[in-house]
Design a protein around this ligand. Structure first.
Ligand SMILES: Nc1ncnc2c1ncn2[C@@H]1O[C@H](COP(=O)(O)OP(=O)(O)OP(=O)(O)O)[C@@H](O)[C@H]1O
Ligand SMILES: [Mg+2]
Length: 148
């Protein structure tokens, strides 16, 4: 490399705003992410895992939070998804991680959500999974899927 020149990053970065309770736009971000991964040519099994992580984290912001973003960083080696929102936060992360645990109210369950399987499913498809939350402030979920 020439002296003084920075290496060019091959990472593809995208950011998608997510609004709480917006069921019209819900699923758009994760569908875009899936489409991007297909265009790049990742293997279907990798795309499937990333699509689950993206969709479930997007829906968790739509259903449980007020406002947030999905940020993706895609490189030939890995797919990183960071879902961050500004509240209300998760009071007990261990409890939230349990299969079947959900605080979704009846009108959300009637729409087919609230099985309490989103977070456990995201963890199952992830190579790296970090869930941070401050009750009253917000939640950040970071997921990495290795392309291997
Ligand atoms: N971004 C978030 N902000 C606040 N609370 C959250 C967030 N994500 C998850 N939770 C809490 O964690 C619980 C479990 O989440 P999980 O995704 O596993 O299940 P669910 O969203 O309730 O149902 P499902 O994902 O099966 O439709 C939720 O019911 C909610 O109480
Ligand atoms: Mg969920």
């Amino acid at each position: 490399m020439e002296k003084g020149k920075k290496p060019v990053s091959k990472d593809i970065k995208h950011e998608y705003p997510i609004r709480g309770m917006d069921f019209v736009a819900a699923g758009e971000a994760s569908s875009n992410i899936k489409h991007t991964l297909q265009l790049i040519g990742f293997a279907p099994a990798i795309i499937r895992r990333a699509a689950i992580a993206a969709y479930e984290s997007e829906m968790n912001i739509v259903i449980h939070a007020t406002e947030g973003t999905l940020k993706t960083t895609i490189s030939p080696e890995r797919i990183e998804i960071i879902a961050a929102d500004t509240g209300p936060g998760i009071p007990d992360i261990e409890l939230a991680m349990r299969e079947g645990y959900s605080t979704a109210p009846d009108h959300i369950r009637e729409m087919g959500f609230g099985a309490g399987m989103g977070l456990p499913n995201i963890k199952n498809v992830s190579d790296e999974f970090t869930l941070d939350s401050t009750f009253g402030k917000g939640t950040t979920l970071k997921v990495v899927i290795y392309n291997q």
